[in-house]
Design a protein around this ligand. Structure first.
Ligand code: ZN
Length: 71
């Protein structure tokens, strides 16, 4: 018998612990987190913590400001 895993049931699990793909930090996220449903469905899905997301956004903005110059 295949265990029935429904997302509605999984949502009652409460917080889940995920690991940031960039810094390796373990973070607990709850239902309200934008990636929660995705990561409950796919526990091996890529998670990036807030700090790293902010840093990536900042770096992306910096790169846009400075056009890449060939050496
Ligand atoms: Zn991180």
């Amino acid at each position: 018998m295949v265990e029935h895993l429904d997302i509605e049931e999984l949502e009652d699990m409460g917080d889940i612990e995920v690991t940031c793909a960039i810094c390796g930090k373990k973070v607990k996220i709850g239902k309200t987190h934008k990636d929660y449903k995705r990561l409950v469905k796919d526990r091996k899905g890529v998670f990036i913590c807030d700090q790293c997301q902010t840093r990536l956004q900042f770096e992306a903005q910096e790169l846009q400001k400075k056009p890449f110059k060939p050496m």
